[in-house]
Design a protein around this ligand. Structure first.
Ligand SMILES: Cc1cc2nc3c(=O)[nH]c(=O)nc-3n(C[C@H](O)[C@H](O)[C@H](O)COP(=O)(O)O)c2cc1C
Ligand code: SF4
Ligand code: SF4
Length: 224
């Protein structure tokens, strides 16, 4: 999805390229990936790269943070955005200052996990708590979900973003990878609406056989 988004950018006259990504605290795979793509397209990687720490949204790996703690993290993120806006406004080159584990997370995310994600349909289950409301299908950014006889069916272009889990009003969906998602909490940004998710659905959908693209930022440790 990051690769497809980048395809839509015209970099031909760009003098200063920057990227801002959110992260759940372990690393910033999307920055590695973006940097690799930008370098491939214009012979030089990103001039500035920023990560904003947010609450984690992948419960199979990290339990969701409690509501009170979320508020603190979001306030810090707002302050961080002010700093980032200042740096971008002045056109400063900024190296990302990666966490030591980011190279590892990158290798894992865009290795076996990303490749298998597209076929992740069988890794999900839905319980009898499902009311057939269709919210999961509306919010899926990849357009990977359809309702069949009032129950969600997963296709073959999943990005493992977990939006379907987090937005389900009855917590009927579980994802059976790593530690699973049962009782591990749900998170969605308090300002994010179903309508906003629906409006961007399918905009950057990769073809099912699109290979994951790897990249590495200057200064980032190479672990694999
Ligand atoms: C497809 C996808 C990939 C992600 N990759 C990473 C990652 O490599 N490292 C990381 O720390 N967090 C990663 N995250 C976590 C989110 O960036 C973080 O939890 C999210 O910003 C919180 O949600 P919000 O920004 O929508 O409020 C990823 C999230 C998604 C949906
Ligand atoms: S969002 Fe939840 S309740 Fe609604 S259709 Fe999907 S699984 Fe069922
Ligand atoms: S919402 Fe995210 S996790 Fe759920 S099916 Fe769509 S891409 Fe996969």
């Amino acid at each position: 999805m990051v690769a497809n988004f980048t395809e839509r950018l015209d970099l031909s006259r760009a003098k200063y390229t920057f990227a801002v990504v959110t992260m759940g605290g372990i690393g910033v795979s999307a920055l590695h990936q973006l940097n690799g793509i930008v370098r491939e397209r214009r012979g030089r990687g990103l001039d500035a790269a920023f990560a904003v720490n947010m609450p984690g949204n992948f419960p199979p790996l990290m339990r969701s943070v409690p509501a009170g703690k979320c508020g603190e993290i979001l306030e810090r993120a707002d302050r961080r955005l002010d700093e980032i806006a200042e740096a971008i406004g002045s056109g400063r080159p900024v190296s990302p200052g990666f966490a030591p584990l980011s190279g590892l997370v990158n290798a894992l995310s865009y290795g076996s996990l990303a490749k298998s994600a597209r076929d992740a349909g069988e890794l999900f289950s839905v319980s009898d708590a499902c009311t057939g409301c269709g919210t999961c299908a509306r919010v899926c950014p990849a357009g990977n979900l359809t309702l069949v006889d009032g129950r969600p069916m997963w296709g073959r272009r999943c990005e493992l973003c977990c939006a379907c889990l987090h937005f389900c009003p009855t917590e009927a969906i579980q994802l059976h990878v790593m530690f699973g998602t049962e009782g591990r909490g749900r998170y969605r940004h308090p300002d994010l609406t179903v309508a906003a998710m629906e409006a961007q659905r399918g905009q950057n959908v990769p073809a099912p056989d699109t290979p994951a693209v790897q990249g590495r930022l200057p200064g980032a440790p190479v672990l694999f």
